[in-house]
Ligand binder design. Structure first.
Ligand code: F3S
Length: 69
C-alpha cells in the first residue's frame, strides 16, 4: 500500500489525471480534480491505496505536478 496526495491549491484543472486514472480522479468543485475516497489533510486530499501503473501515469501527466505518490 502507498499514499496519494493531491495538492488541491496547485491543481489547475487540466484533467489529465481523470483520463489516466478515472478510478481515482474525477473533476470536482471549482474546476479542480477530486481524489475519490480521499480525506482532507492540510488543504490536500490524501488516501491510502495501492500505487498502480495508472496512478503513476496520472502523476506523470499532471502539468503542475500536484499529485504525489
Ligand atoms: Fe489537476 Fe493535475 Fe489533474 S492539474 S486536474 S491534478 S492532471
Amino acid at each position: 500500500m502507498g499514499k496519494i496526495t493531491h495538492q488541491i491549491e496547485k491543481c489547475i484543472g487540466c484533467g489529465n489525471c481523470t483520463v489516466a486514472a478515472p478510478d481515482h480522479f474525477e473533476m470536482g468543485e471549482g474546476g479542480k480534480a477530486h481524489l475519490k475516497g480521499s480525506e482532507e489533510e492540510d488543504k490536500n486530499e490524501v488516501k491510502e491505496t495501492e500505487i498502480t501503473e495508472e496512478l503513476k501515469q496520472a502523476a506523470d501527466s499532471c502539468p503542475v505536478q500536484c499529485i504525489k505518490l
